[in-house]
Ligand binder design. Structure first.
Ligand code: UN1
Length: 480
């Protein structure tokens, strides 16, 4: 059994035997491992350990922090194939995607090892002669990190690495569905030379472990990625303790295709953005907004490309699209396929359960055409390989359709017009805009986040991550 890591010790679940079985979505007969489930008392123990360990970690200096993060990054990169296999086995993305994700996590740790050395302050003159002002950054304190199942390594990495780099201690609660990658990451961190209690792993249910993080006044900040409903619940609970929050939630990301687009690029962006990683990305393209002159040709070419996609076991070398992550998500995806039909959209391709040699959650990538902006399939985040195409009369209409969403995470356009691309970049109400590149699949060294209902709080990743994980102190000094 894989245990939790609390105060530098590996501890069993509550009562010693409360475990979760980790099921492979490509083959439900394959159990990836069994994992201890922490209870509320253990979550509180982890918070106490983090509270006690944090001052010494912050005072220990940036070289020690950089060295520890660099060691974690190196090991992730060295073991990317092995850990990528574990990730794909438990989450269902393809082996190539799993390996790439572990490598990305490795690069993130190395990036923040460097960032730990680059924390800057400001010195200003005071308006009062003889007084000097210093503006410096200090760690936030104890940070709770709550992550989703769709990026079991990369999302924990881009929260844990900056938290530790800037001198915070961490209590990490991974998604219930993917404890294997989280445990492997924790095991690597446990050997990186950090003092006991600086980093803690508590696997368990949101309603138990998450609840403790959300309601404890021992927590200074919570960084969360997950659903809108959980994000809102966290917000209402954690603000009672004035806990700082960073929430990354849903998306309903448009990909606009204009008549002047290079259609090869447009189809490639559509397939990658909507269907790779089985569409289970908050950055996935789920609304294709297509100018009317090119609509039929685009739809025909997209369907042709979709029909060539090989859906299957995540670890099979030929597979391009892995299974849906679990039975509940598969059920949601199938319900949305029915909803789309009932709303009057045309199911142009896919949306069918597939049988493979092993029993898993295989779904053919689905495209609805003749969709309208009011349909639920065009407004609600599905989080699966289901997208819809909406016809736009012209560029202005495409812009207003693209912005007509409660979400604002990532938005893409395929066009060869610099003028239209520039207009799109300026007027899309989203945190990320993509010109002739897919809406999903972002770099690790630049800010990530959205507007409107997609995000709350300051940006993640890149140099801007420091905003969340530090607090500012202003010091006035008169030499006397
Ligand atoms: C990506 O598109 O490369 O949960 C990353 C998600 C996002 C990460 C997307 N927070 O899908």
């Amino acid at each position: 059994m894989n245990r939790n890591f609390i105060g530098g010790e590996w501890v069993g679940g509550a009562g010693g035997d409360v475990v979760r079985r980790n099921e492979n979505p490509s083959d439900v007969s394959d159990i990836v491992g069994v994992y201890a489930q922490a209870d509320a008392a253990q979550a509180r123990m982890a918070l106490r350990a983090a509270r006690e360990a944090q001052p010494a970690w912050a005072a220990g200096g940036i070289q020690a922090r950089a060295a520890a993060l660099d060691a974690v990054g190196s090991e992730l990169l060295a073991r990317q194939r092995e850990l990528g296999t574990l990730l794909s086995r438990e989450e269902g993305k393809t082996l190539a995607e799993g390996i790439a994700e572990v490598a990305r996590a490795g690069h993130i740790f190395k990036y923040f090892a460097g960032e730990a050395l680059r924390v800057r302050g400001d010195r200003l003159e005071s308006v009062r002669p003889g007084v000097e002002v210093d503006v410096v950054r200090e760690p936030l304190g104890v940070v709770g990190i709550i992550t989703p199942w769709n990026f079991p390594m990369a999302i924990p990495a881009w929260k844990i690495a900056p938290a530790l780099a800037y001198g915070n201690s961490v209590v990490f609660k991974p998604a219930d569905l993917v404890p294997g990658s989280a445990w492997a990451l924790a095991e690597i961190i446990s050997r990186s030379g950090m003092p006991a209690g600086v980093f803690n792993l508590v696997m368990g249910r949101g309603s138990v472990v998450g609840e403790v993080l959300a309601t404890s006044d021992e927590v200074n900040g919570i960084s969360f990625t997950g659903s809108v409903s959980t994000g809102k619940r966290l917000l209402s609970q954690a603000t009672q303790q004035l806990t700082r929050l960073q929430l990354e939630m849903g998306g309903k990301n448009p990909l606009v295709i204009l008549e002047d687009a290079n259609l090869d690029i447009a189809v490639e962006c559509a397939v990658q953005g909507a269907y790779f990683s089985t569409g289970q990305r908050c950055t996935a393209s789920s609304r294709f907004i297509v100018e009317k002159g090119i609509y039929s040709e685009f739809a025909a070419r997209l369907v042709a490309a979709m029909k060539t996609l090989r859906v299957g076991h995540a670890l099979h070398p030929d597979t391009q699209i892995g299974p849906v992550a679990d039975a509940a998500q598969l059920q949601t995806d199938l319900e949305y396929v029915e909803t789309g039909k009932a709303e009057g959209a045309t199911l142009a391709c896919g949306g069918e359960l597939l049988r493979r040699e092993t029993e898993g959650f295989f779904l053919s990538p689905a495209l609805f055409t003749d969709a309208s902006a009011q349909m639920r399939i065009a407004r609600e985040e599905i989080f699966g390989p289901v997208a819809c195409a909406i016809v736009a009369d012209d560029f202005d209409h495409a812009m207003s359709l693209a912005n007509d969403s409660p979400y604002g995470l990532s938005a893409g356009i395929c066009t060869s017009s610099l003028q239209k691309a520039s207009y799109f970049r300026r007027h899309m109400k989203s945190g990320m805009v993509m010109v002739n590149v897919p809406t999903a699949g972002v770099d690790y060294h630049v800010p990530f986040g959205g507007t409107k209902g997609s995000s709350y709080g300051s940006r993640e990743q890149g140099a801007h991550a420091i905003e969340f994980y530090t607090t500012i102190k202003t010091a006035y000094t008169r030499a006397a």
